[in-house]
Ligand binder design. Structure first.
Ligand code: AGP
Length: 608
């Protein structure tokens, strides 16, 4: 998504903004720009392409002198990537300049009204209408003008705004798109996300919806959209600066894959006390947990896949019906939701527009929403009735790995808690599962140690035209995630299929040498899946099977076997995903793909 950085203080603004934008590149973008006040006027530089283009255009910021400025990396929504559509956008006089992340949903009506009032538009963007509206309402008081504009726009925004007549004040505002502000001895900052300003300050303020901020060289003031002054508490960011760096790995994705043992430990340990699972943040008594009649899980992408795993685990353990929806469907299918239903929204970023909207829909219908979120203080985290954080730390690679793994274990614990309070789990079974849960981090470490073997195998599939992933039960759920991982970073077409369903059409796509990755970790379904392996083999497929240690018989059917350590059948997704992540990663590396920033993708899809 778009990235915003702003600065006002004692130092030159342009280098700070460029540095901050470079830390936001992972959000995905197609153009970049910035505007700096030079003491008399606002100077702007912007261009389509990578941030490097802007750096070269401004000689590393040298050509834009001044100590107040705003910058932006754009991920196109309205208007193709181009110099003109890049941000910042300004009014016709160039005295009011704005950068924006989000979508102004009523921009066409507003734009037509401004054109009728004689305003000239130069871009195709929704954002430009903000600059002209600010011009229209500005009578010498920026806060008043901003307030009037925000009362008229519909949609989402994180804004950085400068007024040439106010050389000592930078403005920011937020609704639905993430925005933080920070301060140190050299000045004040705005940013879309923590990594952009972590180098300058650890104390940040998360801006809430419909709040406006005035940033001066030595202070911050917060206002509601109705111009009432507010007080806000800052949050201290614990992340080390290098936690957002690569720490010696070639890619953030590989680094984050190797952080999974710690991610899982950090997510489960605080919630296991006296051999019991304690999820205080649920804010629900055992009685309330027992009263839950149905669960709706809503998410997107990999978070949705974690939800599919959770369906099998919660229904298997707690015997509560679970419906899983992709958020963009949940929002518009008018789901039938009975009383005593719990809604769970899963999201790494906590800013995914469809997931956030689904959360609001559910709350508007009177349902309590549990967020399972990675980013502290994100919109979904703040708007959910309760939030169970996945303590995965900053996840920079667009393709999620450690946050997904943390989501899985959070959902296992929730399922175990529900099953236990409902008397579906005997003490001995429960204790055994706790032991299995505790063993996962070490077992993942062991599986990560097989990366060379996986890499050698992966190198053979650089030219593959299509790769299929099949499985039954939770093995089907993990095949969804394995397929997405491969697609999104290697650009090789892939499909995930319930193994028993393949013969109903898609098997016609299997040709000589087609790679089929078969997940067979479920004892009760093992033979069934072996039959499916035989089916695709008969059509010429080459089969990589992922199964449990000791199930050597799989080698009679499959061409290549990967074994995972023994664990509870409900937890095998946490182990099976490791060779699938490594496979996708090494195919993408061998293809020379931009592993951390795959084409067309964004780390957080904050627009519909
Ligand atoms: C995962 O590898 C993808 N980058 C994407 O599917 C992601 O899972 C999805 O956009 C949901 O994001 P969220 O978890 O931040 O809501």
């Amino acid at each position: 998504m778009c990235g915003i950085v702003g600065y006002i203080g004692k130092k030159q603004a342009a280098p700070i903004i460029l540095d901050g934008l470079s830390k936001l590149e992972y959000r995905g973008y197609d153009s970049a720009g910035m505007a700096i006040f030079d003491g008399e006027k606002i100077n702007t530089a912007k261009a389509a392409g990578r941030l490097k283009v802007l750096e070269n255009l401004t000689h590393g910021g040298e050509t834009l002198k001044g100590t107040m400025g705003i910058g932006h990396t754009r991920w196109a929504t309205h208007g193709a990537p181009s110099d003109l559509n890049s941000h910042p956008h300004s009014n016709n006089a160039g005295t009011i300049v704005v950068v924006h992340n989000g979508i102004i949903e009523n921009y066409i009506a507003l734009k037509n009204r401004m054109i009728r009032r004689g305003y000239e538009f130069v871009s195709e963007t929704d954002t430009e209408v903000l600059a002209h509206l600010l011009d229209y309402y500005y009578r010498g008081n920026p806060l008043e003008a901003i307030s009037k504009v925000l009362h008229r726009v519909e949609g989402s925004y994180a804004l950085g705004i400068m007024f040439a007549e106010y050389p000592d004040t930078l403005f920011a505002a937020r609704k639905d798109s993430p925005l933080i502000v920070g301060q140190n001895d050299d000045g004040c900052f705005i940013a879309s996300d923590v990594p952009a300003i972590l180098k300058y300050t650890r104390n940040v303020y998360y801006i809430d919806n419909e709040e406006i901020v005035e940033l001066e060289r030595d202070g911050l003031r917060f206002f509601s959209v109705d111009e009432e002054e507010l007080t806000k508490e800052s949050v201290t960011i614990e992340w080390d600066a290098d936690a957002a760096e690569k720490a010696g790995y070639e890619h953030f994705m590989l680094k984050e894959m190797y952080e999974q043992p710690k991610t899982i430990t950090d997510t489960i340990s605080p919630r296991i006390k006296n051999n019991d699972i304690v999820i205080e943040e649920l804010n629900m008594t055992d009685e309330e947990l027992r009263a839950i009649r149905k669960i709706h899980i809503v998410a997107c992408g990999s978070a949705y896949h974690a939800g599919v795993t959770a369906k099998y685990v919660i229904e298997g353990l707690a015997r509560i019906p679970v419906e899983v929806d992709v958020a963009s469907e949940f929002r518009y299918r008018d789901p039938i939701m009975e009383e005593d239903s719990m809604v769970i929204v899963i999201s790494q970023s906590g800013e995914t527009a469809d997931s956030l909207a689904a959360l609001r829909d559910a709350k508007a219908k009177g349902f309590k929403v549990l967020g399972i979120v990675n980013v502290v203080g994100s919109s979904i985290a703040r708007e959910a009735d309760s939030v169970m954080y996945t303590w995965a730390g900053p996840e920079i690679a667009v393709a999620t790995t450690k946050a997904y793994s943390a989501q899985l274990v959070a959902l296992y614990m929730l399922a175990m808690k529900l099953a236990k309070v409902r008397g579906k789990l005997e003490e001995e079974q429960f204790t055994g599962m706790l032991e299995d849960l505790r063993r996962l981090p070490h077992q993942i470490e062991l599986l990560l140690g097989h990366k060379q073997k996986i890499q050698q195998f992966a190198n053979r599939y650089v030219a593959a035209r299509a790769i299929f992933f099949i499985g039954r039960g939770v093995d089907y759920a993990i095949s969804l995630e394995g397929s997405l991982k491969l697609k999104e970073i290697s650009y090789i077409h892939s499909e995930s299929y319930a193994a028993g369903e393949l013969k109903h059409g898609t098997i016609s796509l299997i040709e000589d040498g087609t790679l089929v990755v078969a997940l067979a970790t479920q004892p009760a379904l093992f033979q069934k899946t072996v039959s499916n392996i035989v089916e695709v083999k008969a059509r010429g497929a080459f089969v990589m099977a992922v199964t449990n240690e000791g199930k050597k018989e799989i080698e009679k059917a499959a061409d290549y076997a990967v074994y995972i350590p023994e664990t509870n059948p409900y937890f095998t997704n946490s182990l099976a995903i490791i060779p699938l992540q490594l496979f996708a990663y090494y195919v993408a590396v061998a293809k020379g793909c931009d592993v951390d920033k795959p084409r067309n993708l964004a780390k957080s899809v904050t627009v519909e």
